[in-house]
Design a protein. Sequence first.
Length: 461
Amino acid sequence: MSLVSISPLSPDQRVLPFAAADSGLPSAPVHPDVHVFETDLGPHVFVVNGSQVYGLGPSEHTRLLAAIHPEGPERVELVMKDLMLEAPPFIDDSPVTSPPLRAISLAVAQKCNMGCTYCYAQEGDFGGPAKAMPMAVALAAVERLVEGAQSGDRVNLAFLGGEPLIARKVIRAATETAAKLAEARRIRIGFSITTNGTLLTSDDADFFDHHGFAVSISLDGIGAAHDRQRPFKGGHGSFEHILDRVQPLLARQGRMQVSARVTVTPGNLELTRTLAELVALGFHSVGFSPMLSAPSRRDEMNRDALAVMLKQMIACGQEFERAMSAGVRYPFANMVNAMKEIHRGTHRPYPCGAGAGYLGVSAEGDFSACHRFVNDEAGAMGSVKAGVDRARQNSWLWSRHVHRQEPCRSCWARYLCGGGCHHEVIHRGRPACAYIRGWLHYCLQAYVRLLDRRPDYFTNG
């Protein structure tokens, strides 16, 4: 029932067998239902069903370790039952069906003034002629989002591109219309924008703060590291220009929050320096994301680069731990989000809301599974005019459920990961499984330490 025909993957793109991907590492999958890990506070177990963390006594630890191996003396299920860790399944094989629309992103400008080396949008135009979203399409999309919600619901309107600020008039009209419609229907609404930052103005700072925008600035490192990956189309660097443009927003943060999003490639792996300097500049949060699938195949992360990234991410996480243990806020977004998800016991059959409560809207008004699937038949989902194509959407949600993904069904991290970004998996496979497990293994350890040192961080957050 898959909607997409996937071309054969090259050997370095295929999913590596577990034994080859991270054999011998403490994060390696041994049993699909539990993951045992240790910290200086003792042994713990992550129970996959429901995403719960429990401490283990010495005898419990020994017994569970013996049971999880293929030739273990006991079945894990029996040990779990004896330890009172058994529970009915939180997630079954049933897919989400015809979910209500709660978030959209508008590709208001399918064009860009930059020539980023790896751009999923192929320098902004998604592989076609440059386009601008007509005002009528933007307003119709806003109406469909808001009118489908009930009083008390929360919806989100995002603006992306290309570079969305090329279409500033459309952004402002859509925002003001959405705010008025939401207020009239007693619906809570949030706004966000992802921008390269080159076209920002002081007036934008006022507008975004008035409407409480979450503003994400794409910055891929400091100075030359950023400029190599994110030059203007003429080839010259953009870093200093962006810093000048973003200063009014950093100074104005009130209702508006300004974050930095760093796309990681083999060419900008100095994450600890990048994080420290972006935090020092005043960004409300800083997050990293590996480049796993580029239309050009340029700057994609390979196994060696992902191994370096993992070490750097853990070093950043350790700095977060030191700061938080001392009572100092440290806005490392990847770590903040991981701590929240582990504490609340996040368990999900999908990696995100793409194709479900969240859809992308192209400049022409077509719905897609998310902003990355604009002009991509693999994620086509209807149109603003005709509505969501429920048959395609439900087929998508059936086929993308983590229980129907391999090798996810055998992985202890499946309900935290959700199977990986749909777009990346469809177009490249799963080259990052070992990286994801390694990061989550560290995050589980960090969670146990922080829960011991700073329990108020979780109760007051």
